[in-house]
Design a protein. Structure first.
Length: 178
């Protein structure tokens, strides 16, 4: 291999992070692991990754979007892929605006992520469907927009949505993309 490929994984699920790390190491990446924005910032002081995989929702309601923004400011050429179990159009758009090259819903494997690193340019050949958006989808998108605004604070999002916290938690669990 002529050029070292350094990958930063920002993921708070230790088991998933280890599995992803091992898989990328088998593909000859040098992998750095961080569970928080602060850990990632400390790693960037010593390393220069060309690639990053960022979980959208980190422990303590921390947002991976802040990580994407920080990574892009650190190195605008870094290829950043966002992974999430809580996919929404709103967070996908925001991730791309902040510097991510792709946004993938979990479960995604190493093949999906590596393909996303290679698929940076847009494709005009993507099929546009004639299907209208359902009310459930619109509700789901609105909930996620409010969640993103509140940095994934469930209590504050429920207050802004005018619903009980438990109702919001049930809706999130029922619709969660696994």
């Amino acid at each position: 291999m002529s050029e070292e490929r350094v990958l930063l994984i920002i993921e708070d699920d230790e088991a998933f992070a280890r599995t992803l790390s091992r898989s990328f190491e088998r593909r000859e990446y040098t992998v750095l692991l961080a569970a928080t924005l602060d850990e990632a910032t400390a790693l960037l002081a010593q390393h220069s990754p060309g690639y990053a995989v960022v979980d959208l929702k980190l422990k303590g309601n921390a947002s991976g979007l802040a990580c994407v923004q920080m990574l892009h400011q650190h190195d605008p050429d870094m290829l950043i892929v966002v992974l999430t179990g809580y996919a929404s159009i709103n967070t996908a758009v925001e991730a791309v605006k902040l510097g991510a090259v792709q946004y993938l819903a979990k479960p995604s494997n190493t093949d999906d992520i590596e393909a996303a690193f290679g698929h940076v340019a847009g494709a005009s050949e993507v099929e546009v469907t004639n299907r209208t958006t359902s009310v459930k989808t619109l509700e789901w998108e609105h909930i996620h927009a409010v969640l993103a605004e509140t940095e994934f604070n469930i209590s504050e999002a429920a207050r802004r949505l005018g619903m009980h916290r438990r109702t919001l938690a049930r809706k999130l669990e029922k619709q969660r993309v696994k």
